[in-house]
Ligand binder design. Structure first.
Ligand SMILES: *Cc1c(COP(=O)(O)O)cnc(C)c1O
Length: 497
């Protein structure tokens, strides 16, 4: 099974090459499977008896044929070990009543769901490099506004054949996010603050990526640049696995019968997480409705209800910042599937998006979108009210992103009367957004971040995840602040060490 470009069907690369390259060179399209694997119900049922890493290996081995089951199992066992995910099952499902089953994806080292991809990707990337006979060291460069940087650092720390450098805007992250990065362990990591905002850091990284002379200089020294970008196939495929695991958990709880459908609601930004649920459905998992929940940056809500994607609107800062996005890159992969692999059509949509900020899909694609998806959004007030409601009525404490999903799901139930059991993807720990959550609960919000953690813990009687509480005592290893103009020389000096 090979991978092609959503914008050019003549491209054909192996899974490992897709993971190494990130996006298709030449046409800029995202890599997509040429054909999707299928899991029959016996195969899916058999996974219920397995531990989380085994479930991951079973799912991934059909998507990544160059990797053996045993090899994938060894990576998944390391990526989702108890040290990183200190819970019995890395992706537990909690039944909170009324057909709502929360898939908790926040028990990893950074307390958010991106850990599922970024704990496994380093193993997949390092193995892909070996399979392609690459013996140079990959240098991962990432600009971050906070969360992705930490998740990538944690995943790549001390992985052989890889070095990682993260740039973040000086003063542009929360203090907690800064500390998460500045205290990162590992001999192959580097963390640098850059004067300016996120865009300055991001443009700096892009410039380095496209600097051919610099690439040649590093090549001679045994290095090449790579990215842990969110559109890399190696980040998407680990997410498909946790929807299979969610089915297994629903079966073990007797929430659903063999082969019975369940709905999925996902708080959505770049569309990666919801797309993973869509792929799982295409591969035979009995998923019913796919419910797309947005915050006030509701470009996807409009797309799903009208067929027109239009990013020409005000960008809003919300209390669910990881969903503050106006270009949902992974939508390209959905449209590729729904168009019956029409690369020319997808290229025309993406060109139109780049030129005019919008596109309208064909009647045929729109009718498939309408059939499979439901969409809605929650503003900050509705999000806060939902946190308060679920805590007071059900004793369940959730973060702002998860609250957006719970709100939209409630609205879906009311409008449609559909009582099919639903999985709600919970993408972050409430402690990660302690101030917003405290405020939603009508509590006073301490100015110090660690005081806020303590306050939320005593109000909710929930334990603070140790990944956050330990930051108070871990030594700060990185405190360098530079000008964007000095990013290149900083990398050169770091690699020469
Ligand atoms: C990244 C993120 C999202 C959005 O996920 P997408 O895959 O980009 O749709 C939602 N919630 C949290 C906490 C995130 O970090």
């Amino acid at each position: 099974m090979n991978y092609t470009s959503a914008r050019n069907l003549s491209a054909s690369v192996s899974a490992s090459q897709a993971i190494i390259s990130g996006i298709s060179a030449g046409d800029g399209g995202l890599f997509v499977p040429e054909t999707l694997p299928f899991f029959n119900i016996d195969e899916i049922e058999a996974m219920s008896e397995l531990e989380y890493p085994q479930r991951v290996a079973s799912v991934l081995s059909k998507f990544l044929p160059e990797f053996s089951y045993d090899e994938l199992l060894s990576y998944a066992s390391k990526a989702y070990c108890f040290d990183s995910f200190p819970v019995k099952n890395a992706a537990p499902v909690k039944d909170i009543g009324d057909g709502i089953n929360v898939l908790e994806l926040f028990h990893g080292p950074t307390c958010a769901f991106k850990d599922f991809a970024l704990q496994l990707l380093p193993f997949l990337l390092a193995a892909s490099l070996r399979k392609n006979g690459e013996n140079k060291t990959a240098v991962i460069l990432t600009a971050t506004s906070g969360d992705t940087g930490k998740a990538a650092l944690d995943g790549f720390a001390d992985v052989d054949g890889v070095k990682i450098c993260v740039f973040y805007p000086h003063g542009g992250t929360s203090n907690m996010q800064r500390l998460q990065m500045a205290t990162q362990k590992g001999d192959n990591v580097n963390v640098i603050a850059v004067h300016g905002n996120f865009d300055d850091a991001q443009s700096g990284v892009k410039k380095i990526f496209t600097d051919a002379e610099f690439a040649e200089e590093l090549n001679e020294k045994g290095y090449f640049f790579s990215s842990a970008n969110s559109i890399n196939w190696g980040r998407l495929v680990p997410q498909i696995a946790y929807y299979f695991s969610a089915y297994c958990e629903l079966r073990k709880n007797n929430t659903i019968a063999r082969g019975e459908k369940f709905n999925v609601t996902v708080p959505t930004g770049n569309f990666g997480n919801l797309l993973a649920a869509y792929y799982a459905k295409c591969c035979g998992l009995p998923v019913g409705k796919l419910i797309c929940a947005s915050n006030s940056n509701n470009v996807l809500t409009d797309f799903i209800s009208t067929g027109t994607y239009d990013r020409n609107r005000e960008f809003r800062l919300t209390t669910s910042p990881s969903m503050d996005i106006l270009i949902s890159s992974n939508l390209e992969r959905l449209l590729f599937e729904l168009s019956g692999h029409n690369d020319v059509l997808i290229k025309s949509y993406m060109d139109s998006l780049a030129k005019t900020g919008k596109y309208t899909v064909s009647e045929e694609i729109f009718s498939k979108v309408s059939e499979m998806f439901y969409s809605g959004y929650a503003d900050d007030k509705e999000t806060a009210d939902t946190i308060d409601l679920f805590f007071k009525k059900k004793g369940y404490l959730c973060d702002t992103h998860t609250a957006v999903a719970l709100k939209v799901y409630g609205e879906y139930r009311k409008r449609t009367g559909d009582t099919t059991p639903c999985i709600i993807a919970s993408t972050a720990s409430p402690f990660k957004f302690a101030s917003s959550v405290l405020s939603a609960l009508g509590q006073e919000v301490p100015t110090d971040d660690f005081d806020a953690l303590d306050a939320l813990s005593s109000v909710s009687a929930n334990d603070i995840p140790s990944a956050l509480s330990e930051l108070k005592t871990l030594p700060v290893r990185f405190d360098e602040v530079i000008d964007p103009a000095d990013m290149k020389s900083t990398i050169r000096d770091w690699l020469a060490k």
